[in-house]
Design a protein around this ligand. Sequence first.
Ligand SMILES: Cc1cc2nc3c(=O)[nH]c(=O)nc-3n(C[C@H](O)[C@H](O)[C@H](O)COP(=O)(O)O)c2cc1C
Length: 331
Amino acid sequence: MTDLSTSYMGLDLTHPVVASASPLTGSLDTLAELEAAGAAAVVLPSLFEEQVEHSEMVLDGTLVLGHEFGEATDGYFPALDDYNTGAEEYIDLLVAAKRELTIPVIASLNGTSPGGWSHYATALQDEGADAIELNVYHVAADVDLTGAEVEDRYLRLVESVREAVQIPLAVKVGPFFSSPGNMARRLEAAGADALVLFNRFYQPDIDLDRLTVTPDLVLSTPAELRLVLRWLAILEAHLAIDLAATTGIHDSAGAAKALLCGADVVMMTSALLLYGPAHIGTVVDGLRGWLTERGYASVDQARGSVSHRTVVDPSAFERANYMHALVNYGS
Ligand SMILES: Cc1cc2nc3c(=O)[nH]c(=O)nc-3n(C[C@H](O)[C@H](O)[C@H](O)COP(=O)(O)O)c2cc1C
């Protein structure tokens, strides 16, 4: 049987399937269900800086990033107040999760100011988080801001948190950079131990009756995994740090594809919300079955074996794939 044991940012995991940040990781009951179902690790929902104390956001009076940089106050989660609460409740959840679970507990932070990010990252480290995931969620709506300026802000954020904490640090980013590969390298240089690819930007809809914007949250579909696969495949050879796949992993086939493209771990939310926490066990069993059937001794052996570096025709991950798909549509 294939050995599924995996290391993620130095954390020893029994296998590579992790429950990503969601309401399921936001209560002790469902965290326990996820562990019982076989999750290798859990990422707690993000602690949103805006939900903590407003006064603390202006910690040193140098609010370099402004409110718009970080989780959108509108449009990401309609019922933020009911979902995550303040820092105290978050710390309570973290402490309880650390007490009750044996698997690694990764705390997630969604800040807006460099001071705030470092401040809360230190608090999460002090309360026992095994690692921190920074959820950098920025919609670049300021048309005066150049891509380079936006990127610099990301990098300064990561550097400031890196300076503040010693535990492993993952950075969850979206795919919308002109050169995602170059940005990934610079995030690595800024001190990230892993990149979580990709943050999913929730798209608001329009209500035609009320003529309003409706911040409707739509769960992912397996088709969304393809963007992640491409960048895993391209990046795995160029980065020394770990890669986590998030978005579109609904079953063991999706998990296997992400690993083959170079993911160190695969993360799941939508499928667990759709099918329940026990689904994670089904995915782990399916993954183990698939790898065993094909004779892989370990997950390490399979990892990256269908990446940009290893496939016969790497251009299939690039433009040639596009041309081929258009030309051959329907045939
Ligand atoms: C209801 C809900 C709540 C979420 N909360 C968070 C969060 O607090 N922090 C975060 O980084 N991501 C959050 N996410 C994003 C997920 O962790 C995950 O990255 C995203 O859903 C894509 O993965 P999936 O295709 O498996 O759903 C949330 C997603 C959903 C659907």
